[in-house]
Design a protein around this ligand. Structure first.
Ligand SMILES: [Zn+2]
Ligand SMILES: [Zn+2]
Length: 337
């Protein structure tokens, strides 16, 4: 560690600060920076801050916003920076790089392994993402689905306060999907998930609005369902022409704030109302229903006519998978409030 200096006739307060104090201030900065530029600007200030700013302790504390990278700016340097943060033990970097490798770079093993490292450190988003990978058998074949593992991961994420994990778990219990069927318990968990969203609204004093869309938008923009920067990255990544998955017959999750693509044909479930949209999870379906799909989905008379036919044929054959059903989500998910 560099020793403080007090030489000369000019007193330099900054130079007199011990490295440990500067590192502690930089840790605070990296953990609260609202964008990478906030952090990088400090690194460019002087040699000392550049050196101490790249200290593993500082990098290990860097928050999600400080690690945000735009898909159009993705390059070897950006990849290397995330790897340095991973090596420093940054849990958020484990998750971000894990998601990018798994979905965008299609390096499934390495991506899942990084997410698992974040999950071990109780990163709720990583636990939930791994749960979806298990539920969908992402990166593998349909038979690679591990419903019990999905439920176990979802349970851990839900215990850490992840609302969508709680919602997913509730549906699993109601449908007996990967867990023994328990409808009353599932219903209770759904109410808990809704209550947790409302308590967030009250805590953050979001303004009640007569316009339901406005209210949901506020919830989305400010809250527990705020778009994580890695989801924004994936939406942008797959929006770029060269990364488009449609040419391979694959679909993106229809929740515009998700960014997950199918990793094999017919991986995601269709909306049983219109059969036009597909979702990676119940959480995405519920979220999109509230913000967009409720007004776009087919009218109920039409829906009654073909709801059963819309279930993927393969799902009907073994009767194992859950059916995405707006009616269930609407009634039990608190969507029709
Ligand atoms: Zn629909
Ligand atoms: Zn999704």
């Amino acid at each position: 560690m560099k020793k403080p200096t007090h030489g000369g006739t000019r007193s330099d307060l900054f130079e007199s600060l011990h490295d440990d104090i500067v590192i502690s201030i930089l840790c605070n900065l990296s953990s609260t920076a609202s964008s990478p530029s906030d952090f990088i600007a400090i690194l460019h200030t002087c040699k000392r801050l550049n050196k101490l700013g790249l200290h593993p302790l500082v990098l290990s504390k860097a928050c999600s916003s400080a690690l945000a990278v735009r898909a159009k700016n993705w390059c070897e340097e950006a990849h290397r920076f995330l790897k340095v943060c991973v090596n420093a033990g940054n849990t958020e970097a484990y998750y971000i790089l894990g998601m990018i490798r798994f979905y965008c770079l299609q390096n499934r093993a390495s991506g899942a392994s990084l997410m698992a490292k974040a999950a071990i450190k109780s990163h709720a988003l990583a636990l939930y993402s791994l749960a979806l990978i298990q539920f969908n058998g992402s990166g593998g074949k349909k038979n690679d689905k591990d419903l019990h593992a999905g439920v176990a991961l979802c349970t851990r994420a839900a215990c850490l306060g992840h609302t969508n994990a709680l919602r997913e778990l509730a549906h699993c219990l109601q449908d007996g999907y990967g867990v023994r069927k328990n409808i009353p318990k599932g219903r209770r968990l759904l109410m808990q998930a809704n209550a947790s969203e409302f308590s967030f609204v009250i805590k953050n004093k979001l303004k009640p609005s007569s316009n339901e869309m406005d209210f949901d938008s506020q919830l989305f923009n400010h809250g527990s369902i705020q778009m994580h920067q890695v989801n924004r990255f994936m939406v942008e990544w797959f929006g770029l022409k060269e990364n488009n998955v449609a040419c391979r017959g694959l679909r993106m999750c229809s929740n515009k704030a998700c960014g997950r693509p199918e990793t094999r044909i017919n991986e995601f479930r269709r909306c049983s109302g219109c059969g036009k949209v597909k979702y990676c999870s119940r959480g995405c379906q519920a979220h999109d229903w509230r913000l967009h799909h409720k007004v776009e989905c087919a009218p109920i008379e039409e829906w009654m006519g073909h709801a059963i036919d819309d279930v993927e044929e393969e799902e009907n054959m073994n009767g194992v998978d859950y059916v995405v059903d707006d009616r269930t989500v609407g009634i039990l998910g608190g969507i029709e409030i």
